[in-house]
Write a protein that binds this ligand. Structure first.
Ligand code: MD3
Ligand code: FE
Length: 214
């Protein structure tokens, strides 16, 4: 793993082609293993809307949403703890995150043909001093990054398989989303689609988190 220097776009560090094809394939194997222990589920927003992505997690805490709100929790919605974050995924964090903390959560988002993710901020982590690291696998995705104000100026960038993005510092609370994917643009996942991993440090203090709303 000898990365090209990152592009810096609005404070987001974008490492194009960070993972070669072999590394991507082995990550997909690891994610299949995670998903066999903690199956993908269909998240529902607090207002009752079905999200178009499917999700699961690895690590001590996973991000979930349902009618009671958004939150990190120690168990899968169907019960049981989340599997550990695979070592190969932790090593990506160590290579790019430039911080002493290890991630406690690895959210796995799966995008099928029509999936997207609306503009939002990530604010359920309790402590925003730590970066968030994102890994893209499979089909190309149109990533939109904004500012810390809803409705502010945005810039778009195609993320492709093997790209790694670090959101830290001022960019940590920026609005961002995925407008669409280019279905079957990449052969990594035989049936097409995109997987995004997001690695995060979550600090909930002593108590489990109260669910939040948008
Ligand atoms: C910018 N996921 O899970 S990853 C999410 O591709 C999420 O699945 C998208 O946004 C995806 O919350 C985008 C890029 C990303 C992740 C976290 C961020 C960008 C971010 C946190 C702060 C700012
Ligand atoms: Fe996000």
């Amino acid at each position: 793993m000898t990365p090209n220097p990152p592009l810096n776009i609005r404070g987001f560090q974008v490492y194009k082609g960070f993972l070669d094809r072999a590394a991507q394939e082995s990550l997909v194997d690891q994610i299949r293993q995670v998903a066999s222990d903690a199956p993908f589920f269909a998240p529902v927003t607090p207002s009752g809307k079905q999200m178009s992505v499917k999700m699961t997690s690895a690590g001590q805490l996973g991000w979930v949403t349902d009618r009671s709100g958004y939150r990190y929790q120690a168990h899968h919605p169907k019960g049981g703890t989340w599997p550990e974050i695979p070592e190969s995924i932790l090593s990506i964090w160590r290579a790019v995150a430039a911080c002493d903390r290890e991630p406690v959560s690895c959210l796995v988002n799966f995008y099928g043909e029509a999936a997207r993710m609306g503009m939002h901020q990530d604010k359920d982590e309790g402590d925003f001093r730590w970066p968030v690291v994102s890994v893209s696998l499979g089909d190309d995705a149109l990533f939109r990054m904004g500012t810390t104000t809803r409705g502010g100026k945005t810039e778009s960038l195609w993320l492709t398989s093997g790209d790694v993005v670090v959101m830290g510092g001022d960019a940590r609370l920026s609005y961002h989303g995925i407008d669409r994917i280019r279905y079957q643009s990449c052969s990594l996942l035989p049936k097409g689609g995109r997987i995004n991993l997001t690695l995060r440090v979550v600090d909930q203090g002593e108590r489990p988190q109260q669910p939040s709303s948008p």
